[in-house]
Design a protein around this ligand. Structure first.
Ligand SMILES: NC(=O)C1=CN([C@@H]2O[C@H](COP(=O)(O)OP(=O)(O)OC[C@H]3O[C@@H](n4cnc5c(N)ncnc54)[C@H](O)[C@@H]3O)[C@@H](O)[C@H]2O)C=CC1
Ligand SMILES: O=C([O-])CC(=O)C(=O)O
Length: 270
């Protein structure tokens, strides 16, 4: 009989609250242990209907759980990650773009016995990308198209004085470069590119185009891989969540599926 793993969640927004609700509703092998939120009164209100009230803790306190899910702004990624890794926990980051300039955390995890498990999140196909990357890969690219409001607030846009809300007619290419630079410039918008880079050929070789497209209603990501074993092109069209239009509704579901895979007897996909 395998034991139940406890889960702590940092952030109760579009991802964290949905995940907390799903865990509270009951998932075999997993139990919601604690949450960390910026506003504790709001958190208590959000959790009021829960069958079993989790502890409301500070970010470091989450590391008492077996699994720590980070679902907060990228700016507090390091604090959550460090505490979980120091205690040898399973760390599941949503803001995985923030991992790219902090790969020393992987070394630290090796030392403490922690694991860092990057979920597929709002993307698709990372099983095939990982398989292809066991052999020779010539190129990996991602094209992200979001409704302009799904890009608002990105530091790159502010630095380059690009007003995406003024993009109302023709779609506009707002960034072209590698996944590392994209993650710095768009920390709340293209974590998918970071996950793709980590699955495949790394953040300097994975190339991304980001489009502000007033003609799409969904956050749309197309990945293309040219490898010795296979050529693949895949597109996902994510319904933006009500709470945060930058974030696709599939993201908390993907993290839930990832957590289930940590305890389930039958696991499908690599
Ligand atoms: N890996 C992926 O495919 C995806 C990753 N993301 C990323 O996941 C992260 C979370 O996304 P969302 O849930 O949509 O964001 P959100 O903005 O809806 O929620 C974040 C929550 O964190 C809370 N928070 C802020 N400071 C905090 C603190 N010091 N302590 C505790 N809580 C704090 C906020 O109050 C908010 O409730 C973001 O970095 C986002 O960019 C989003 C979509 C896809
Ligand atoms: O939800 C999405 O479509 C992708 C996203 O925000 C991210 O990768 O950060």
């Amino acid at each position: 009989m395998s034991r139940t793993l406890t889960v702590g969640i940092a952030g109760l927004g579009a991802i964290g609250l949905h995940l907390a609700r799903a865990l509270d509703a009951g998932v075999e092998g997993l139990s919601l242990h604690s949450v960390a939120a910026r506003d504790h009164d709001k958190a208590r209100a959000n959790l009021s209907g829960f069958r079993k009230m989790p502890a409301i803790t500070d970010l470091a306190g989450l590391a008492e759980a077996d699994i720590v899910v980070e679902a907060a702004p990228a700016s507090i990624f390091e604090e959550v990650a460090k505490a979980a890794i120091a205690k040898g926990r399973i760390f599941v980051p949503s803001s995985c773009g923030a991992l790219l300039p902090r790969m020393h955390l992987v070394e630290e995890a090796r030392r403490t016995g922690a694991r860092i498990i990057v979920p597929t999140g709002a993307l698709l196909g990372l099983d095939a990308v990982r398989a292809a990357a066991e052999g020779d890969v010539a190129s990996v690219t991602i094209e992200t198209r979001k409704p302009p409001r799904g890009l608002v607030g990105a530091p790159y846009l502010e630095q380059h004085k690009i007003d995406v809300l003024a993009v109302t007619d023709e779609k506009k290419l707002v960034f072209k470069g590698n996944a590392f630079d994209a993650a710095q410039g768009f920390p709340a918008n293209v974590n998918v590119a970071a996950a793709l880079a980590l699955a495949g050929i790394g953040p300097r070789k994975t190339m991304i185009e980001i489009w502000a497209d007033p003609h799409v209603t969904r956050n749309t990501h197309t990945i293309r891989v040219e490898a010795a074993s296979a050529r693949l092109t895949m597109t996902i069209e994510n319904v933006p969540s009500e709470e945060n239009p930058r974030t696709g509704k599939i993201t908390p579901l993907s993290i839930l599926a990832c957590l289930r895979g940590l305890t389930s007897t039958l696991k499908v996909g690599s």
